[in-house]
Write a protein that binds this ligand. Structure first.
Ligand SMILES: NC(=O)c1ccc[n+]([C@@H]2O[C@H](COP(=O)([O-])OP(=O)(O)OC[C@H]3O[C@@H](n4cnc5c(N)ncnc54)[C@H](OP(=O)(O)O)[C@@H]3O)[C@@H](O)[C@H]2O)c1
Length: 245
């Protein structure tokens, strides 16, 4: 039986992917802060899903993460799906602090712990470290500077970990999943966003990218086109674009 650990599975994308992998017969371990939400998911597949309350910003996050891997009987795939995101055109310090704590420091802590698990554990086989970053990480977005920069950080960090694994001959592959807008609690329910995807549509595409072992997967193809077009826009033109969501 294959085993996946999903950090950030109490709601949204991570929750849906946890249920799908359990349906496929995988051993699934889930984590996030809201224990009651995790229990609801685990109760759907009591023989297959383990859970642990983890706040990735807390001191004990790595200890709890390692316990969860052990209770799951190992980890073939880590999916880091925890994240917070806010538009912050007023540049409020409190919002920035929260984004940096979860998307940068918490992310780094868990990715490092997963890497060390693959590096230091005997007979684990080849593993995969996957994380949900965002199309927002491919350009600096004026409406959400810290969020877009945190996602760029995640993308660069995953690239670095991939190279480190080659340098150190650690048997781990890396998947960077970059979705466009998905209708979850992360989005403002009162706002309209372009090309919004349902979780039911996006989650299977993400799962396919993980199972096929993609290095980078933009979800979906329309957002792939947008990302490609963005790359062609010169730096002198980008600041003039009125991107408001
Ligand atoms: N929705 C989109 O449009 C979209 C687009 C691109 C990328 N993404 C990325 O996709 C990922 C998942 O987001 P989502 O859309 O599924 O939103 P969501 O429903 O709000 O899920 C976010 C998850 O992160 C967890 N989380 C937040 N703070 C945490 C902390 N301190 N410690 C541990 N877990 C924490 C939440 O659980 P608790 O609150 O229970 O801790 C929840 O399970 C995020 O990284 C987001 O940036 C989303």
């Amino acid at each position: 039986m294959k085993r996946i650990v999903i950090v950030g599975a109490s709601s949204g994308i991570g929750r849906r992917i946890a249920i799908d992998f359990a349906r496929k017969g995988w051993g699934v371990a889930i984590a996030a802060r809201r224990e009651e939400k995790l229990k609801e998911v685990a109760d759907l597949f009591p023989d297959q899903i383990e859970y642990e309350a983890i706040d990735v910003t807390a001191q004990d996050a790595v200890t709890r993460f390692n316990n969860l891997i052990e209770r799951n009987g190992g980890m073939d795939v880590l999916l880091f799906a925890s994240g917070v995101g806010f538009a912050n055109p007023e540049l409020r310090q409190g919002l920035d602090d929260e984004i940096l704590a979860v998307n940068v420091k918490g992310f780094t802590k868990i990715i490092n712990a997963a890497y060390k698990y693959y590096k230091n554990t005997e007979n684990v086989g080849r593993g995969r470290i996957a994380a949900i970053t965002s199309v927002a990480g491919t350009k600096g977005l004026g409406i959400a500077p810290t969020y877009s920069a945190s996602k760029r950080y995640q993308q660069t960090y995953l690239q670095a970990i991939d190279q480190l694994a080659h340098l150190q001959c650690v048997a781990v592959d890396v998947t960077d999943i970059r979705p466009g807008f998905i209708r979850t609690a992360l989005l403002d329910p009162h706002k309209q966003y372009p090309l919004t995807m349902a979780v039911d549509y996006a989650a299977p595409l993400i799962e396919k990218a993980i199972e096929r072992g993609c290095r980078v997967a933009t979800i979906d193809w329309r957002w792939g086109l947008i990302e490609g077009l963005w790359r062609l826009i010169p730096n002198c033109i980008w600041p003039l674009l009125p991107i408001k969501v």
